[in-house]
Design a protein around this ligand. Structure first.
Ligand code: IMP
Ligand code: MG
Length: 180
């Protein structure tokens, strides 16, 4: 079991599993009706997944534009689920086919807010790609179009995801199980 920062980490999804799944997702996206895709990576958690998925999209013959948006959600697990826009995209999305990329779809508040924002700005289509789906935690009425893996109801880290700003650098997705 990997040990990082004096903690034991159980690997849930290995770098190899993720890379293989990214190639499959890219092939599915290439077969979709999304055209001249504008990728919007939801920061911070999705930056590693987005970086790999856009390169897999290149492998599948696509040439997406790439944008970033920063969203914070307070009390993601609560009914309130307040979502705030911290940093907006620079690109006009009117008439565009947008692919939102996030690390985890949990309550759905973050992605519902972001999707509705892009639709209100006149995006032609908004697709959603997430690495992990905690479907048992859903509150908003929302499903992803492209999901890497169904995620167990555990707090995961790595591959861009953090706990208290740590572990984003891990090349795999794992769960902190205790002290080393
Ligand atoms: P939602 O608005 O409840 O769907 O929130 C999803 C967001 O919560 C994701 O983009 C992550 O940033 C964060 N999140 C949810 N579960 C985890 C986890 O297990 N580890 C790290 N971040 C998480
Ligand atoms: Mg996030």
């Amino acid at each position: 079991m990997p040990i990082v920062r004096q903690k034991k980490i159980e690997v849930l999804f290995s770098a190899e599993q993720i890379a293989a799944r990214n190639r499959e997702l890219a092939e599915l996206i290439a077969l979709s009706d999304l055209r001249n895709i504008l990728v919007i990576s939801i920061l911070k958690g999705s930056f590693v997944f987005a970086a790999d998925l856009i390169r897999a999209l290149h492998g599948a013959g696509l040439a997406p534009e790439v944008e970033f948006i920063s969203i914070s959600s307070y009390g993601a697990g609560t009914e309130a689920g307040e979502v705030r826009l911290l940093r907006d995209v620079d690109t006009d999305v009117a008439g565009r086919d947008v692919l939102l990329i996030d690390d985890i779809l949990e309550s759905g508040n973050t992605l519902k807010y972001t999707r509705d924002l892009m639709l209100s700005r006149g995006a032609r289509k908004v697709g959603i790609a997430v690495l992990l789906d905690k479907s048992m935690k859903r509150k908003a009425d929302l499903t992803a179009d492209y999901t890497g893996f169904e995620c167990p109801d555990q707090f995961v880290v790595g591959y861009g995801m953090d706990v208290a700003h740590a572990f984003r650098e891990l090349p795999f997705v794992g769960v902190v199980t205790g002290d080393a």
